[in-house]
Ligand binder design. Structure first.
Ligand code: BGC
Length: 406
């Protein structure tokens, strides 16, 4: 039996565009309207209207934490025009969590941006940092009394990889140069917002907030032991897992490490060119590992390895996402159970882990994959938006309630 400490955070995550519905001022919404090839998010899960009902379910499942995002495009639908009704909406959302004794963990950027910002060059623009800080300041000043945990940017490298290396996500700008610039702008933006948030709390006489990013990490392997593959492996591990993180560590702008872990990754490809070394190989598709609905390898040992690799930073780690899309709910529970076992083993090896947040509370809009992949602890029927708690959610609730994994 594995035992987790008292005060450990247990819960699930969502992000605005994926669950709320009708985020009409965002760049992603614009793309959905223009591209006939992708499924539009539409009303998503109608979480914007049904959040109280959803939090009742989270409460009934013994969650004591919940991660959500506040969409910039609702708060600032036009350059410099802030919508106070939307800020009030998110105050209500956060208060609804607190009334249920659920700790809110709030993300300020989860893949989508306002369309006006995208049109001005988005994260590739020299002004990106300033725009993002202006939005962050507004939100944090309004909600500082209610929120202790802030995540500035969700998975910067995943965003850069899909939007600027593969060119598959908005703004579809396949360019190494821009990828580098966006990385730079996101680093600057995080650092500035980090200090901004701390400054706001200090000025208001509030106790210190805890600020981080959500860093996606993978357990990486190479396709062969050749010199080239070994080099590709080192490069990929460095750029994907550690480089961004260490930049923020070196200037002390992470109060904890927010970790997102799903799967293992393979470095390989062909030739010595950078693109082929960085993009995912189809090795994953051919590997012997059990897969999720999207074909990602299920590799719980990787979570243990990743946690151990973070030990040297001597910062508490909060797992902000870990989850599986599957139509087989027994597989979901097995995934959760095996990953929690990895967390527990890592903790026994001295890793400080302060929480486990499952992705996701409910089935939702999986970006360019549409509504097919089902990650939820709660099933959503998209015809009538009816929620049904899955068996895996009940088993996970047992762990959340007791802190014990049998
Ligand atoms: C993202 C989520 C996404 C999940 C599953 C994470 O990379 O933060 O938005 O739904 O993975 O793909």
């Amino acid at each position: 039996m594995q035992e987790f400490p008292k005060g450990f955070f247990w819960g699930a995550a969502t992000s605005a565009h994926q669950v709320e519905g009708n985020n009409i001022h965002s760049d992603w919404w614009d793309w959905e309207r223009k591209s006939p090839l992708i499924e539009p998010s539409g009303e998503a899960c109608r979480h914007y209207q049904l959040f109280k009902q959803d939090f009742d379910l989270a409460k009934s499942l013994s969650h004591n934490a919940h991660r959500l995002s506040i969409p910039w495009s609702r708060i600032e639908p036009e350059d410099g025009r802030f919508d106070s009704r939307e800020i009030e909406h998110y105050r209500d959302v956060i208060l609804a969590l607190k009334e249920r004794n659920i700790e809110p963990i709030v993300t300020l950027h989860h893949f989508t941006s306002p369309l006006w910002f995208a049109k001005l060059g988005g994260w590739g623009s020299r002004k990106a940092e300033g725009y993002f800080c202006r939005f962050a300041e507004k939100v944090v000043e309004s909600l500082s009394g209610e929120v202790k945990y802030w995540v500035t940017i969700n998975e910067p490298i995943v965003y850069i990889y899909h939007s600027y290396i593969l060119g598959a996500w908005p703004p579809h700008d396949k360019s190494f140069l821009r990828a580098f610039r966006v990385r730079q702008n996101m680093l600057l933006a995080h650092k500035r917002v980090y200090h901004q948030i701390h400054g706001i709390y200090r000025k208001a006489g509030l106790s210190s907030p805890l600020v981080s990013i959500a860093k996606n990490m993978q357990a990486f392997f190479s396709t062969s032991g050749s010199l080239r593959d070994k080099f590709a492996l080192r490069l990929k591990r460095r750029l994907y897992n550690f480089e961004f993180l260490e930049r923020l560590m070196s200037c002390s702008t992470l109060d904890f490490i927010g970790l997102n872990y799903y799967t293992r990754g393979v470095a390989g490809g062909s030739g010595w060119n950078l693109r082929s070394m960085l993009v995912d190989t189809d090795e994953r598709v051919r590997s012997v590992f059990e897969k999720n609905y999207l074909g990602w390898d299920i590799y719980p040992q990787g979570l243990f390895d990743v946690l151990l690799s973070l030990k040297r930073y001597a910062k508490p780690v909060m797992i902000l996402e870990n989850g599986i899309c599957t139509n087989d709910d027994r597989q979901r529970w097995e995934y959760i159970r095996a990953h929690l076992e990895s967390v527990s083993c890592a903790m026994k090896q001295g890793c400080k882990v302060s929480g486990y947040i499952y992705w996701s509370l409910m089935d939702n809009f999986e970006w360019d994959q549409g509504f097919g992949p089902r990650f939820g602890l709660i099933n959503v029927d998209y015809r009538d938006f009816k929620r049904t708690v899955r068996e895996s959610a009940k088993r996970f609730a047992g762990v959340c309630r007791t802190g014990r994994l049998d």
